[in-house]
Design a protein. Structure first.
Lengths: 506, 765
């Protein structure tokens, strides 16, 4: 690893693709560069996966680099010290590296704002050129495109660049390209996409997730909270969350365990706890078995809690959007009881009215409770609600990696459970239709088919489709079911679905 | 076994799939390639993320091992747990309630301050505590108020003092501290809040802005552009409907006040009745007192306000009803044509129709109550009918009388300067009058000049009427002066204690001794007077005088017709007179029966009104109550071509030459029923079959009572009502028309001509 001897002023930026020689001939690492970065894998072994530099900041005259490991989930992005960078294999930002397929680096974001950053530094603050034009301007150094300033985002550029005055370039650098991309998005290549929705500048109002990441900018690509303290636990956020900006600089953000209010210090939390008498989520308990309870919270009636919950959840849900208010959602919070109260374990949100059969919008098990079966419990509960409603449902897309794994696991176990329990009536082969599976489980038909496919159960045999259960599958299922001790008991569910369409507004 | 085709059938979700164990199908692998037929379902993940290293590893691990191995799970950032101070931070125990927790709405709204004291504040508060009383909570509340009181501009000390309840010293200390802290703070508020969207839309892309309000825009599905249009239509519909609801509520309120007004009016009327305030003196007094008490407040008393609210109705109705009023109609002033109605009841009360100045409150005001009340039924029926008619057609249109707020209106007659209103004026005394054709005495009448120079005969009722009618006009030609007071000033006194009718001889004596004036036509040719312009012809039938009771008022409009061309031979006339007499007798019998039944009530308004309406028949038979059909029938018999024109401009029939030497005999005064029916502007052209004389009398109907309306159906209804009032309930106006036609056909060829659509009270000139 190569380290810098003479750190440069943080705000000074160099041209893209130019690694400046710093006196003694060493190279400077800037945003957009790619290079292997040391990280420990789960076996605590050293690995040198390729990473992309997203941001650079200087803390106590020591540079820190925000790196994204290519082909690793964003949640593993982190600030690294220069000694973890393998500068010998440094790749300079490529002008063609806009899409993962082009530069053969799949997994990275389709657009690389870093390059904008770099170029912005070279071409000046006012560079507002279209992204399409960037490759040209990169070499020819065209002056800023003048058509942009009329765009709504353009005024923000200055505001945003002024705001972070805390001395680190971490904010200053990303904020500009971020804004720039916004401005570009509005004006240029995102136009066609957006106008097809009829909403040119604002995202769609249904659902809770964004699949169109074109509105993403460098700010939202980087974690902004270092640590959250929630009850007994400290949580390392995985993604950006729009907590009040003044709180993002704190080493620890304190949350009231029950009302989820964010506080800047332990002292404030203590004071808050003298006033906050909640010991459970502020909603109606609709399920309780043992220590597990579910609380239903109306996003319109209990805005404060819903927003606090969303802010916390956003720390762990990449695609979650907090663009709009929480009014059209219900929040089902799963808690575990102990003598201190009902502690939040996870939650899922659900649109009061879904036009697309979604029975879950966002779903999250808080990291301290992950990999202990709670996620599956949440999913199971969501389908129990759908059963009461008499509907089939599916989670809102896109799924995250963990979401996909969890849902596949749930679907597999649920469907296999049915298939294994099938009894033949009169000595004939037991048989079942996909629709029947769907009706029994409330799992949407498409998800049943995809699960059957994924499990490789569907086979074409002698002119017809059959379902086959291999020994591996059966054994694996039995093993998994043996470990799955947390189950939802429908008898403990006290839930009456409301017809939200009959109420004027959610 | 042949190889199956590569492309298999699509998977049918509703088709049963047999479930096999793999071990039961040893040859399954032979068919494995077919699996491709089922298209791969999308995972639901984003493409780039799907390829992520750890996920792929986990997926493959799952597929290989059937479950995840620990080192194959997707790694996440780890964080420590077990905060050591947790138990002290969250003190106390919370017992799980037995029941499921149910949150009461609004129970979460606590009054606790949102601001939480930090370490700096704590130090400050502790320091401050040495000087004055303050608790951390108190401090938090103060800061909370200051923060929430501040917008872009910070709260000033003055404002702070208003905002905070503490004493000034404490406020100053905390305020200073807060100001310092606020200045040092970079963010917008000391209470951290999630960034709000800006109204100008500049925050659209600010990643720190969250929980934006959803705009009112409906969430339309993609590619459905008309959704929005229909949504807007729905919005508009909703707006309109809610407006309609508002209007209906207002109407409800209005109707309620109407009802209240009605009850109040009723009460007043009853009170006044019990006080015997027939002259309106008490009312006037009260009004005057009111005016004194509240000079600035001009809320009118009931009669006025009732009118006012009807006026409102007018305004509202106007917008909805079609304007049917013929524009060329010249309407009389309401005041003017009201009089007969005023007089009808009063005359019947006093048996002597006075025509003198009316008190402040009179039937004119009464007339403005639209609501029927039980104790004035026949009268009010008529009136309400009339007002209904008025509302239907708005007869006065733009000239309709409208009360102005704050104005005091006098009853007609009182303030009016019509010369005949003054009872003392000798020119307008009631005197005995004899007509030229038919040549007979009509009792007390007075002559005055009406509109357009027409002469009107106002008839007065007296107990001596039957005596008068028996007088031979030829007998005495003694223009004598009469002491006018006795009979002329009846209405003022309203007395019923008149001396009993003296005998004939006495009257004759009186007349002969020149006590009473008796106006007779100067010339008395029976069939010779061909002058169409001869004035003051009132045909009075000779029938039974005993029952003649009223009849003075409706004649007040009589006058010479402008085209008095009806001509009859003497023989014809006599014939018809006989027939007429016969009919009238029959009619009389009917009425007598009914009146006998009504005898006790005869003194009430009901009785009075009915008697009053009898005046319609006064032209034909003194006592008979003549309904319209009779009236018309009689005319038909008389072979008069009767044209009732609208406003006098109705063109006469071609044969309407004023050829005959006979004086036209036109009904000079019609009863209400007749008026109403004629008011329907029935133009009856009746030509005599004999063809002897064809003349048309155009009844110039100048004065259109406001009660008479343009719309025939409603007018017919009115006619029916009127006939009912005439106590001839069996005959409706409609049937009367039929009868007219039938009779006309029976007798001669009669044409029932057109029905014009406006109408008229008749003023025969």
């Amino acid at each position: 690893p190569v380290t810098h001897n003479a750190p440069l002023p943080p705000c000074k930026r160099r041209g893209p693709g130019r690694v400046r020689s710093v006196g003694d001939g060493r190279l400077e690492v800037i945003e957009g560069c790619r290079l292997p970065v040391l990280r420990k894998n789960q076996e605590n072994e050293d690995e040198w996966p390729l990473a992309e530099i997203l941001s650079v900041k200087e803390v106590a005259s020591r540079k820190l680099y925000y790196v994204h490991y290519i082909d690793f989930n964003k949640r593993l992005d982190e600030w690294v010290t220069p000694d973890r960078l393998d500068l010998k294999k440094l790749q300079l930002p490529k002008k063609e590296a806009k899409t993962p397929t082009k530069n053969g680096l799949p997994g990275s974001r389709p657009s690389s704002p870093e390059r904008d950053v770099v170029r912005a530094g070279r071409e000046g603050e006012s560079q507002m050129s279209k992204r399409k034009a960037e490759s040209v301007s990169l070499t020819t150094q065209v002056p800023p495109v003048t058509s942009v300033p009329s765009l709504p985002g353009s005024t923000e550029v200055t505001q945003a660049s002024v705001y972070p005055s805390n001395g680190t370039s971490r904010r200053l650098i990303p904020s500009q390209p971020g804004r720039k991309r916004k401005a570009n998005c509005v004006g240029t290549d995102e136009d066609s996409q957006d106008s097809s929705d009829g909403i040119p500048s604002a995202p769609r109002m249904t659902g809770s997730l964004v699949s169109d990441r074109s509105h993403d900018d460098i700010i939202t690509r980087m974690k902004n909270i270092d640590c959250i303290e929630l009850g007994r636990h400290r949580l390392k956020p995985w993604y950006f969350s729009p907590y009040p900006q003044e709180l993002t600089a704190l080493p620890i953000l304190y949350l009231c365990e029950f009302c989820l209010k964010y506080l800047k210090s332990l002292k404030c939390l203590q004071r808050h706890l003298t006033k906050c008498n909640l010991r459970h989520p502020p909603g109606n308990e609709i399920y309780r078995k043992g220590t597990i309870s579910f609380f239903e919270i109306d996003g319109r009636k209990n805005k404060t809690y819903s927003q606090n919950l969303c802010l916390l959840a956003k720390c762990f849900l990449d695609h979650k959007t907090l663009y709009y208010d929480t009014d059209p959602f219900l929040f089902y919070v799963m808690t575990e009881y102990d003598s201190k109260g009902f502690h939040i374990v996870g939650y899922f949100s659900k649109e009061k009215e879904s036009t697309e059969d979604y029975n879950v919008a966002c779903i999250l098990t808080l990291p301290p409770y992950q990999r202990r079966g709670y996620g599956k419990l949440l999913i199971e509960f969501s389908y129990e609600l759908s059963k009461v409603e008499g509907k089939t449902g599916t989670p809102e897309k896109p799924l995250s990696d963990l979401g996909l794994l969890s849902y596949r696991s749930y679907w597999s176990q649920t469907i296999l459970e049915i298939l294994m329990d099938l009894k033949s009536d009169n000595g004939e082969r037991p048989q079942i239709t996909i629709n029947e599976i769907s009706e029994i489980t409330s799992v949407k038909k498409e998800d049943v088919i995809s699960t059957l496919q994924y499990l490789n159960l569907i086979n074409y045999y002698k002119g017809q489709y059959i379902l086959t259960l291999s020994e591996d599958i059966v054994e694996g299922h039995e093993r998994a079911m043996h470990k799955r001790h947390l189950r939802i008991d429908p008898k403990c569910l006290h839930f009456t679905p409301k017809d939200w369409s009959k109420r004027g507004k959610w | 076994m042949s190889k199956l085709s590569f492309r298999a059938r699509a998977l049918d979700a509703s088709k049963p799939l047999p479930v096999f164990r793999c071990e039961d199908l040893p040859d399954l692998n032979e068919y494995a390639s077919i699996n491709r037929a089922v298209p791969q379902m999308p995972t639901g993940m984003e493409k780039e993320e799907e390829s992520e290293h750890h996920l792929q590893r986990a997926i493959s691990a799952q597929q290989v091992y059937g479950e995840k191995r620990d080192n194959m799970v997707i790694p996440v950032p780890e964080a420590e747990s077990n905060i050591s101070y947790y138990d002290s931070l969250y003190p106390g125990e919370f017992r799980m309630p037995k029941q499921l927790i149910h949150i009461q709405p609004f129970s979460l709204d606590t009054e606790q301050p949102d601001y939480d004291l930090d370490s700096d504040d704590e130090a400050f508060v502790n320091k401050l505590r040495k000087k004055m009383e303050i608790t951390p909570l108190q401090f938090e509340e103060m800061i909370d108020r200051l923060e929430k009181g501040s917008g872009q501009q910070l709260v000033t000390l003055q404002e702070a003092k208003l905002l905070l309840k503490e004493d000034d010293d404490l406020i100053r200390e905390v305020f200073d501290y807060w100001t310092r802290k606020r200045k040092a703070c970079k963010s917008a508020s000391l209470i951290p809040v999630v960034k709000q969207e800006k109204r100008d839309g500049s925050s659209t892309n600010d990643p720190y802005v969250a929980f934006r309000r959803r705009t009112e825009k409906m969430q339309t599905r993609k590619n459905r552009k008309n959704d929005e249009a229909s949504y807007e239509k729905m919005l508009k519909l909703r707006r309109d409907l809610s407006r309609a609801v508002t209007i209906l509520e207002m109407i409800k309120r209005r109707e309620k006040s109407k009802r209240e007004l009605l009850h109040l009016t009723l009460e007043i009327v009853e009170k006044r009745y019990s006080m015997a305030d027939f002259g309106g003196e008490v009312m006037a007094e009260v009004l005057a007192q009111r005016a004194l008490i509240k000079p600035t407040y001009t809320m009118p008393l009931i009669p006025l306000s009732s009118n006012q609210f009807r006026h409102q109705d007018h305004l509202e109705l106007k917008d909805f009803k079609p304007k049917v009023r013929a524009p060329f109609l010249v309407r009389t002033k309401r005041k003017y044509e009201k009089k007969p109605k005023v007089l009808q009841p009063s005359s019947s009360v006093s048996q002597q129709s006075g025509h003198s100045s009316l008190p402040a409150f009179n039937a004119k005001d009464l007339n403005q109550y639209d609501f029927p009340s039980s104790d004035e039924e026949p009268f009010s029926q008529m009136l309400s009918g009339s007002s209904e008619a008025e509302e239907d057609s708005d007869p006065d249109g733009p000239f309709a009388f409208r009360r102005k707020a704050g104005c005091q209106y006098y009853a007609p007659g009182q303030g009016s300067n019509w010369p005949w209103c003054d009872p003392g004026d000798p020119r307008y005394r009631y005197s005995l009058t004899t007509l030229t054709v038919p040549h007979r005495c009509v009792g007390l009448a007075r002559r005055r000049v009406g509109r357009g120079g027409r002469f009107l005969l106002d008839r007065a009722h007296s107990d001596l009427d039957n005596v008068f009618y028996g007088l031979d006009p030829e007998m005495h030609s003694l223009p004598a002066q009469s002491p006018n007071g006795k009979l002329a000033s009846t209405s003022e006194s309203n007395t019923s204690d008149r001396p009993a009718p003296p005998d004939l001889g006495h009257i004759l004596l009186n007349i002969k001794s020149c006590r009473w004036r008796h106006f007779r036509p100067r010339t008395l040719p029976r069939d010779s007077d061909s002058s169409g312009l001869y004035r003051g012809l009132t045909r009075v039938s000779m029938a039974n005088p005993r029952t003649q009771t009223g009849g003075s008022t409706s004649q007040s409009r009589t006058g010479p017709g402008p085209a008095p061309a009806a001509a009859l031979t003497a023989e014809q006339y006599q014939q018809h007179q006989e027939q007429l007499a016969l009919m009238q007798k029959q009619q009389l019998e009917q009425i007598q029966q009914q009146q006998a039944g009504n005898a006790p009530a005869a003194l009430t308004t009901q009785g009075l009104v009915s008697k009053t309406l009898d005046s319609a028949s006064a032209q034909f038979a003194a006592s008979a109550l003549v309904t319209t059909e009779e009236l018309l029938a009689i005319k038909a018999k008389e072979e008069i071509v009767l044209g009732i024109g609208v406003n006098g401009v109705f063109p006469p029939a071609p044969s309407a030459a004023n050829s005959s030497g006979m004086t036209a005999q036109t009904p000079s005064g019609h009863g209400a029923a007749a008026q109403v029916l004629m008011g329907n502007s029935v133009r009856l052209g009746m030509s005599s079959a004999g063809g002897t004389v064809n003349s048309i009398t155009t009844l110039n109907a100048r004065h259109i009572p406001r009660t008479l309306t343009a719309v025939p159906p409603s007018a017919l209804k009115l006619a029916a009502a009127a006939t009912a009032n005439c106590q001839v309930p069996k005959v409706t106006a409609a049937s009367s028309l039929d009868m007219v036609v039938r009779e006309n056909h029976d007798q001669e060829t009669t044409a029932l001509n057109s029905i014009a659509d406006s109408t008229v009270a008749m003023e025969v000139t």
